[in-house]
Design a protein. Structure first.
Ligand SMILES: Nc1ncnc2c1ncn2[C@@H]1O[C@H](COP(=O)(O)OP(=O)(O)OP(=O)(O)O)[C@@H](O)[C@H]1O
Ligand SMILES: CC(C)(CO)[C@@H](O)C(=O)NCCC(=O)O
Length: 403
């Protein structure tokens, strides 16, 4: 691997591979759980635009929600109606089910009404079957507090609140240990993915860098044993907010699309802009193409905002934020003696450029002694954790144990 700093120009990576990876990671795949195991169900990803409600909605027994500063994530558990006992008309509240599907959806937190409406719809359909035990709602994230009274009143069910950091780690532990095909690494040269075996010992210690609106960094030393060792306010909310001011893009996905087409060298000052074209500062490992200063060229160009291409601005800002998080992650990992770093949070959105920049930063700064891992359900760790914490104690959902 060469030793130039992160911020590799994307044109060096095959468009075909980028498309292939992003197609493969279309989000969010449903999961299947039953007593003998858990697996990812391969199917078309679903977004808030086209949430597919279960055919027999009365089979939704659990709903979990993680309401963050930017996005509210929902998970609902649909009991399998094909197993003999669960399809019986004699279902009662003591019945133990034998398997079911976990589906995922998300809303912008500013559209919390839509999110609560979906929960209400799922709950109402369930309630029509009068002998059923009421649906339980598990809630985490800041919104579990902010919207607690509203949810309890409007949904008229018990809302159980869980701590957001505990939920992140519970969700991570489970996904890493129990879900085949969940964890992968990205080859920084080719951007090809390598899926990892499940780590039954959790590969402790490890670190979770959760990139949501802000960034939380947690060190995990054993099952459910963790400490929040750092954080940063320069996170997903920063990219989303600044690009909504600086470009015409109206959604986060549009911003990511823009960034794919841009050339950050139009706004970033490269080492070659300072030392001269084709001349780097190789003595300290800086190539001419290395970013010396993000957005550093803007001032001397003496141009107005509308004279820059939104694509270039989007690319530059995405690189700046991802690089910065990669570097902070590396410094924390070094300080706390951790080699394996999981990146979670919806900011990643399984976007190749973002994962590439994070991987490159970790490998470069650690001299290839640390590993960056990604997850297919990267934005759903918290909501998955909230579901698991309750489902395990309640004991009537077949959650296979971590072996
Ligand atoms: N469809 C989307 N709409 C808006 N932002 C998105 C979308 N998809 C991904 N993002 C990115 O994900 C970030 C939110 O990530 P996530 O849902 O993990 O955090 P959060 O729970 O809202 O925040 P926090 O945990 O800090 O309260 C946004 O700030 C944005 O950068
Ligand atoms: C405040 C939370 C924990 C809410 O999820 C998150 O947005 C975050 O970790 N922000 C960064 C705060 C910090 O500077 O440590």
């Amino acid at each position: 691997m060469d030793t130039h700093k992160p911020g590799l120009r994307h044109s060096q990576i095959s468009e075909e591979i980028i498309e292939q990876v992003e197609r493969q990671l279309a989000e969010p795949p449903s999961l299947w759980l039953n007593l003998t195991g858990a697996q990812i169900l391969e199917e078309e990803g679903q977004d808030t635009k086209d949430i597919v409600l279960p055919n027999n909605r009365s089979q939704v027994t659990h709903i979990a929600v993680d309401i963050g500063g930017s996005l509210a994530k929902i998970l609902y558990y649909v009991r399998d109606t094909t197993s003999p006992s669960s399809s019986s008309s004699e279902i009662n509240e003591k019945e133990t089910d034998h398997g079911g599907r976990l589906s995922f959806a998300k809303f912008e937190t500013s559209k919390i009404d839509d999110c609560i409406n979906l929960m209400r719809q799922l709950i109402q359909d369930h309630a029509r079957e009068s002998r059923r035990k009421p649906v339980t709602v598990m809630a985490t994230g800041g919104g579990a507090y902010k919207f607690y009274d509203r949810m309890s009143k409007e949904l008229n069910v018990e809302v159980i609140r869980e701590d957001e950091m505990e939920c992140l780690i519970t969700g991570l532990d489970y996904l890493v240990s129990c879900i085949p095909g969940e964890v992968f690494m990205l080859n920084p040269e080719t951007c090809e993915m390598t899926f990892q075996e499940q780590f039954h010992d959790g590969k402790y210690p490890h670190m979770l860098v959760n990139i949501g609106s802000g960034v939380s960094i947690l060190k995990v030393t054993g099952p459910s044993k963790f400490e929040r060792i750092g954080g940063s306010s320069l996170g997903g909310g920063t990219l989303w907010g600044l690009l909504s001011l600086l470009t015409h893009a109206s959604s986060f996905d549009e911003m990511l699309e823009l960034s794919k087409k841009g050339d950050n060298a139009a706004v970033d000052m490269l080492v070659g802009d300072i030392y001269g074209e084709n001349i780097g500062y190789e003595r300290i490992g800086l190539k001419d193409s290395t970013i010396a200063s993000s957005f550093g060229k803007v001032f001397r160009e003496n141009k107005k905002l509308d004279e820059f291409l939104p694509e270039d601005i989007a690319r530059s800002l995405l690189l700046a934020i991802s690089n910065n998080i990669g570097q902070i992650a590396y410094l924390h990992a070094q300080k706390h003696n951790v080699k394996n770093i999981y990146f979670g949070g919806s900011f990643i959105r399984n976007h190749v450029q973002t994962m590439h920049t994070l991987t490159y930063a970790i490998q470069f700064w650690s001299n290839q002694t640390m590993n960056a891992y990604f997850l297919r359900h990267e934005g759903y760790l918290g909501v998955f954790g909230a579901f698991l914490k309750y489902a395990r104690t309640e004991n009537n959902v077949p959650v296979p144990p971590i072996s």
